[in-house]
Design a protein around this ligand. Structure first.
Ligand SMILES: Nc1nc2c(ncn2[C@@H]2O[C@H](COP(=O)(O)OP(=O)(O)OP(=O)(O)O)[C@@H](O)[C@H]2O)c(=O)[nH]1
Ligand SMILES: [Mg+2]
Length: 293
C-alpha cells in the first residue's frame, strides 16, 4: 500500500485571526463531495474528536472557542483527486497567544523550535478587523509632547485599572502595532531555520473587506511594513496572498449574518477564497499552493 508523504504546515497568527475557523471549514470540505477540485480525505487516521467538534460549531455558525495551551495536534490524510497524490497533512491548531507571547517574551518552547524546523509551508493569518494600527509620526510626536507636558505638571498617582494604553504611559509590548509583531514573528522563524519559507498570507474574514482590491493590494495598503518585509526577502520567502472567508460572514453581534449563512443547502457554499487568478469555495487551495513545487 502506498504510504503518504508527510507535509508539515504551520498556521501563524495572533489571537482571533481565524486559524481555527479555517481548520474547521477545511475539515468540512475534505470530508464532503461539495467542492469538485478540493483535496479529499483519503481515510480516517488518529483522533478526529477535536476536528469534529470545531466543524460542528462551524456548520452551525457558532463562534468557535479560543484555542488554548499552545497547540492541538491535527493530522489529516488527504488525496489530491487530480493526481492521486497522497499526503499526511500535519497542521496543528496553534493558539494565537503562543505567537503573542513569542513577541512579548521572546522565548518559546523547544518543541516549537522543532516544529519550525520541520515546516514545509506556512499559513500567515491576518484578520482585517483585528489590526492594531501603526501610529503616524505626527501622532507619535503629539503624544510625546502631551507626555512631556504632563510630566512637567504635578506627578499623578497611578490608579488600579487606569488604561495605560490610552493615557500613553507604561507602554507594553502588546500595544505594538500588528505589523511590527508579525514581522518580528517572521524574523523569529527565519532566525531559527535555514529554510526558504513558502507562505500563503491569508487575509481572513475577507467578507469584511469592502474595497475592490486584491488581497496583496489590501495588505500592501493596510500593513505596508509586513508586505515590504515579505517582498524584500525573496531569498527567505516565497509568498502568495489569498482572501479567505472561511465562515462566510459575521456570526455574532449586530451585523450577524447567521440566518443567511445557514440558508445555504451546502455549507461549503458560504466559503469564499480569493486568490490572485481564481475565486471559488475550495478552502484547500492555500494548502494545495503550499504543496505545489
Ligand atoms: N466575518 C467573518 N468573521 C470570521 C470569519 N472566519 C472567522 N471569523 C471570526 O474571526 C474570529 C476569530 O476566529 P478563530 O478561528 O477562533 O481565530 P483563532 O486564530 O483560531 O483564534 P485563537 O484560537 O484565539 O488564536 C471569530 O470571531 C470568528 O467568528 C469569516 O469568514 N468572516
Ligand atoms: Mg483558535
Amino acid at each position: 500500500m502506498t504510504e503518504p508523504d508527510d507535509f508539515q504546515c504551520l498556521m501563524v497568527g495572533l489571537p482571533r485571526t481565524g486559524k481555527t475557523t479555517f481548520l474547521a471549514a477545511l475539515w468540512h470540505v475534505v470530508r464532503s463531495d461539495e467542492v469538485p477540485d478540493s483535496l479529499r480525505l483519503d481515510r480516517l487516521e488518529g483522533d478526529q474528536e477535536y476536528l469534529n467538534l470545531i466543524a460542528d460549531q462551524w456548520s452551525q455558525c457558532k463562534e468557535l472557542d479560543r484555542t488554548s495551551g499552545g497547540e492541538i495536534k491535527v493530522d489529516i490524510r488527504l488525496r489530491d483527486p487530480s493526481t492521486g497524490h497522497l499526503v499526511r497533512l500535519r497542521i496543528p491548531d496553534m493558539s494565537g497567544e503562543l505567537y503573542e507571547s513569542l513577541w512579548q517574551t521572546r522565548t518559546c518552547l523547544i518543541s516549537f523550535l522543532d516544529l519550525v524546523n520541520a515546516v514545509d509551508g506556512c499559513l500567515l493569518f491576518v484578520h482585517p478587523a483585528k489590526i492594531r494600527e501603526t501610529a503616524w509620526i505626527d501622532e507619535a510626536n503629539a503624544t510625546y509632547s502631551q507626555w512631556q507636558q504632563e510630566n512637567q505638571e504635578e506627578p499623578k498617582v497611578e490608579t488600579p485599572g487606569s488604561d495605560a494604553e490610552t493615557t500613553g504611559t507604561d507602554w507594553e509590548p502588546r500595544f505594538a502595532p500588528t505589523q511590527v509583531q508579525m514581522v518580528e514573528i517572521l524574523q523569529f522563524l527565519t532566525q531559527n531555520s535555514v529554510k526558504q519559507f513558502r507562505i500563503v498570507v491569508v487575509i481572513s474574514a475577507w467578507d469584511l473587506v469592502k474595497e475592490l482590491v486584491s488581497p496583496e493590494q489590501w495588505l500592501k495598503k493596510q500593513l505596508p511594513l509586513l508586505w515590504q518585509f515579505l517582498t524584500a526577502n525573496t531569498d527567505r520567502f516565497t509568498v502568495t496572498y489569498m482572501g479567505v472567508s472561511a465562515q462566510g460572514g459575521e456570526v455574532t453581534g449586530q451585523n450577524s449574518e447567521t440566518e443567511t449563512l445557514l440558508d445555504h443547502n451546502m455549507a461549503s457554499r458560504r466559503i469564499r477564497i480569493c486568490a490572485s487568478n481564481e475565486e471559488g469555495n475550495d478552502i484547500s487551495l492555500p494548502i494545495r499552493w503550499l504543496m505545489s513545487n
